[in-house]
Design a protein around this ligand. Structure first.
Ligand code: MG
Length: 160
């Protein structure tokens, strides 16, 4: 059986915080505010995966009051979710994501993001789509106050 999952996340940007996105630390004047490292791209991927598994959402698995996940790198959360995938004898077939950010320019970072996330998700480069859009200067994202991410995943059985 093939399952789809959809994920969305948005985090506020705050000056002086490190920016973590797609498992990388990216040099920028502001970073995403969050209980964990604020990596909205990974959080959207996690919600997409959990949706496909029928396991609710990231807040149910990793409550934001849990001191164990304070400032945790989101790659660790993704690894935990991937153990849930494997326990159900499922695998990720394909993932696709869009990052909506006015800045910084993310395209040059996508190859390294794929190197970081691909092995965790069990996906080759051509099965992990990463795209960046601006918000054309509109709204809070357009004014550089937040970054939002969308992700979809296709999940299938071990042999699918
Ligand atoms: Mg989040």
């Amino acid at each position: 059986m093939i399952r789809t999952g959809l994920g969305y996340d948005l985090h506020r940007l705050a000056a002086g915080r490190k920016l973590f996105l797609g498992g990388l630390e990216i040099p920028y004047s502001a970073g995403l505010v969050g209980h964990s490292d604020g990596d909205a791209l990974i959080h959207a991927l996690i919600d997409a995966i959990l949706g496909a598994l029928g396991e609710g959402d990231i807040g149910r698995i990793f409550p934001d009051r849990d001191p164990r996940t304070k400032n945790v790198r989101s790659t660790e959360l993704l690894e935990t979710v991937m153990t849930m995938v494997r326990k159900k004898r499922l695998r990720i077939i394909h993932a696709d994501a869009v990052v909506v950010a006015e800045a910084p320019k993310l395209g040059p970072w996508f190859p390294d993001m794929k190197k970081r996330l691909g092995p965790i998700l069990g996906l080759r480069d051509d099965r992990l789509g990463l795209k960046a859009k601006t918000n054309e200067g509109l709204g809070l994202i357009g004014r550089g106050r937040a970054i939002a991410c969308w992700a979809v995943v296709l999940v299938g059985g071990k042999k699918a």
